[in-house]
Design a protein around this ligand. Structure first.
Ligand code: FPP
Ligand code: MG
Length: 303
């Protein structure tokens, strides 16, 4: 599922624009005006002026184009981060990081955009180090995300993911579980090297929430199935907790105020819930071919 880039960026910048370090956005603007206002501000920062050289006017307004090179860098580094002692484990852990298998890379994209949005106004010379740490966090979050999908496919007994064989289909359930575990280990080893206990704690909370959300889905009772509160709580845990805690971790690494950290968290929370809502609707309305995975797979799991 692809959320429109403009929507992503507009949301990010609207969150960031309320932060004390950024100029206040006029409140009487319509949605598109707000996006354009935000974009102008976004693009006027030193962080992005260097990256937009050589881009067309349209490309300069496309958040995905703006950070394309950095997301590619993250993808390349991910491949080297999952090398294991046993070659079979390397290829299983790297299965979704192969060229053509990386998917939409939504997590790194959102996190790097968040990093840009909250780093507005940081002077040139100071921004390289935080940017490298933010890219590192994007890699870590992507590894946790892929680990959760690999485990989810085992639990769902899914044969396909991203329009190709799922890892469990390819190498069997036992191997897939171990590959997911290995990714999780690598993610947390990398997180420790960031030398920030709050960030490690946010990521640990996210993994705890992922497991809780998956269990809430597996053990749902008929009464809970009719409860919107239960559905939203489960959805937050299963899908939004990782991106919201990682967005907050971006703000923590940028040494932003607690107000900005909370805004970053809220942005990730809303984005994650919206993402899963659409994914759940597509599970009913989409076909297996259009989804790249079996339709109605999630509802089958609950029944
Ligand atoms: C996809 O749900 C599943 C998740 C987003 C979370 C899965 C979490 C676990 C399996 C817990 C273990 C976590 C880790 C990090 C080891 P879905 O089935 O609704 O989505 P899909 O349609 O893409 O399969
Ligand atoms: Mg699933």
């Amino acid at each position: 599922m692809m959320l429109p880039g403009r929507l992503l960026l507009a949301g990010l910048l609207r969150s960031a624009s309320t932060a004390s370090s950024a100029p206040r956005m006029p409140t009487n603007m319509c949605y598109w005006d707000r996006f354009t206002w935000s974009s102008c501000y976004f693009h006027s920062t030193s962080d992005h002026s260097s990256r937009k050289a050589g881009l067309t006017a349209k490309e300069q307004l496309d958040p995905f184009v703006l950070i394309k090179d950095e997301v590619s860098e993250v993808t390349d580094r991910l491949r080297s981060m999952v090398v294991a002692e046993v070659p079979e484990l390397t290829s299983a852990a790297g299965y979704f990081f192969r060229a053509g298998a990386e998917g939409k890379r939504t997590c790194p994209t959102v996190l790097l955009l968040m990093a840009s949005a909250i780093s507005m106004g940081i002077a040139d010379g100071l921004e390289n180090k935080p940017r490298a740490r933010h890219m590192h966090l994007a890699e870590i979050t992507e590894m946790i995300h892929i680990s959760s999908l690999i485990h989810d496919d085992v639990l769902d007994d899914a044969d396909t993911r991203r329009g190709m064989d799922s890892l469990n289909f390819k190498v069997g359930k036992k191997f897939a579980v171990l590959a997911g575990d290995f990714l999780l280990f690598r993610a947390f080893s990398a997180a420790v090297s960031l030398d920030n206990t709050e960030v490690v704690s946010l990521l640990a909370t996210a993994v705890n929430n992922l497991v809780t959300g998956e269990l809430m889905q597996m053990s749902i009772t008929p009464a809970q199935r009719c409860s919107m509160d239960y559905y939203l709580q489960k959805t937050y845990y299963k899908t939004a907790a990782l991106i919201s805690n990682s967005c907050k971790a971006i703000a923590v690494l940028a040494e932003q105020t607690t107000e900005v950290q909370a805004l970053a968290y809220q942005y990730g929370r809303h984005l994650g819930i919206a993402y899963q809502l659409i994914d759940d609707i597509l599970d009913f309305t989409g076909t297996s071919a259009s989804l790249g995975k079996a339709s109605l797979s999630d509802i089958h799991l609950e029944l």
